[in-house]
Design a protein around this ligand. Structure first.
Ligand SMILES: CC(C)(COP(=O)(O)OP(=O)(O)OC[C@H]1O[C@@H](n2cnc3c(N)ncnc32)[C@H](O)[C@@H]1OP(=O)(O)O)[C@@H](O)C(=O)NCCC(=O)NCCS
Length: 175
């Protein structure tokens, strides 16, 4: 709580509520991040074991994950804390709603530990991913998320993404 004034949402309330903006340092992931990064990835993608995530991290960091386009992982370090979040970004030759004549920066995964959310780490990670994509020559960034994740949709839209499509994915066993 602060002195009387303007609240974080801009309304006059008599008392200010200042959201804590954490200090995050965003950097490229390194092999030494493997255990913590595997834990964070598993929190986002729970269908793989920690060992499977570690193998994928090794492949990504070795440059063996995507044969055509670069694929990088940025980590957000909190103050005096282990990594608090990550973003994985690559290039795709096409993405729904984007100019098909040039590659697009694509968010493959984006996660901040639940106890560290709403302090700006997610925005810092996105900024690093966008800067990276710009350096690859991209003019657009794309992403996707689960239709039932209203949190993720809210954050995407708060940070400038617009909805271009909604899809249903199917599978069928070929007998
Ligand atoms: C998406 C995610 C990475 C955002 O991380 P974060 O560190 O909380 O993001 P920020 O603190 O930078 O928030 C950025 C803005 O998003 C919006 N936002 C974030 N959390 C919100 C919430 N719970 N409710 C409403 N808006 C929210 C706000 O506009 C916020 O800015 P503000 O705090 O200045 O108002 C995090 O919520 C997360 O890991 N979610 C689960 C995984 C996921 O859905 N990933 C995306 C698809 S792969």
């Amino acid at each position: 709580m602060g002195a009387p004034g303007r609240s974080a949402d801009g309304a006059h309330t008599g008392y200010s509520r200042y959201r804590i903006r954490a200090m995050s340092i965003v950097r490229l992931a390194e092999l030494s991040d493997r255990p913590e990064l595997a834990r964070l990835r598993r929190a986002l993608w729970s269908d793989g074991s920690l060992e499977e995530h570690e193998k994928e991290i090794d492949a990504i960091l070795a440059g063996d994950w995507s044969p055509i386009f670069p694929y990088v992982i940025f980590i957000a370090d909190g103050a005096d804390a282990p990594p608090v979040g990550f973003v994985e970004v690559t290039l795709r030759s096409r993405a729904d709603g984007c100019d098909p004549s040039r590659p697009v920066g694509y968010l493959e995964g984006w996660y901040v530990a639940e106890s560290c959310r709403r302090r700006g780490h997610g925005s810092d990670l996105l900024r690093a991913a966008e800067d990276w994509a710009r350096r690859q020559g991209c003019l657009e960034m794309a992403s996707d998320t689960w239709v039932d994740s209203s949190l993720s949709q809210r954050v995407h839209e708060a940070l400038g993404f617009e909805v271009v499509d909604r899809v249903v994915n199917y599978r069928k066993t070929l007998s």
